[in-house]
Design a protein around this ligand. Structure first.
Ligand SMILES: *[C@@H]1O[C@H](CO)[C@@H](O)[C@H](O)[C@H]1NC(C)=O
Ligand SMILES: *[C@@H]1O[C@H](CO)[C@@H](O)[C@H](O)[C@H]1NC(C)=O
Ligand SMILES: *[C@@H]1O[C@H](CO)[C@@H](O)[C@H](O)[C@H]1NC(C)=O
Length: 183
């Protein structure tokens, strides 16, 4: 019986560790250190402006592309040299963003706005709704110490299961001894 108990315990422990947070289609989760792609597809016209921003950064951009070049002036410093477009040709309106080496500081809601058209001299007006909003969350890679909630939950479940089995075993032993005494 004890090997069964032990394997049941470790199974529950394992299930406890692999707790997933469910995510909707516009949320992605990455491990810190990974490169992520935030997808965004614009109408397939001449693209004049691509603006990637994060909701909590008020005036600075994640990435700004205007009139055939990247505009570094108003880019938030934490994104310098870490962002790129997946396809610089923006074929078929693909303006997906690559964000490299994500950290916990990159958590947030990323918004993609695009201006298309043929009138190159007109300034962009990008105050409208974004094409795409992606919530990025970043977790520690597995195996890193430092308090992963999943591990704690797993340990607690394991301890509870172990306690229940100890109480049950104690009761069985107690009853066994008591029965012997009666005989
Ligand atoms: C992220 O991208 C960089 C450069 O594009 C590459 O050198 C690196 O290996 C990538 N990292 C991961 C974890 O894929
Ligand atoms: C990724 O970011 C971490 C922390 O910001 C830094 O220590 C590390 O050197 C970076 N790795 C690469 C490949 O840029
Ligand atoms: C930009 O667009 C918004 C709403 O789409 C509008 O209210 C505003 O007047 C526009 N601004 C300019 C400068 O065109």
């Amino acid at each position: 019986m004890f090997p069964v108990t032990a394997s049941l315990c470790s199974t529950l422990l394992f299930v406890g560790v692999v707790v997933f947070v469910s995510a909707d289609q516009k949320s992605i989760t990455a491990e810190s250190g990974q490169n992520v792609t935030l997808t965004c597809r614009a109408p397939n016209n001449k693209i004049i402006v691509v603006e990637w921003s994060r909701a909590d950064l008020e005036t600075e951009y994640v990435l700004l592309y205007r009139d055939d070049q990247f505009v570094p002036d108003d880019q938030h410093p934490s994104f310098k040299n870490r962002v790129d477009l997946q396809d610089r040709q923006m074929k078929d309106g693909d303006v997906s963003l690559i964000l490299k080496n994500v950290t916990i500081n990159d958590v947030g809601s990323y918004e993609c706005r695009v201006k298309t058209g043929n009138n190159r001299r007109k300034r962009a007006n990008l105050s409208g709704d974004p094409i795409s909003i992606i919530y990025l969350s970043v977790v520690d890679p597995p195996g890193q110490t430092g308090g992963s909630a999943g591990v704690i939950v797993g340990v607690i479940i394991g301890l509870i299961v172990a306690a229940v089995f100890l109480v049950a075993a104690g009761f069985l032993i107690y009853r066994h001894i008591k029965n012997r005494k009666l005989i």
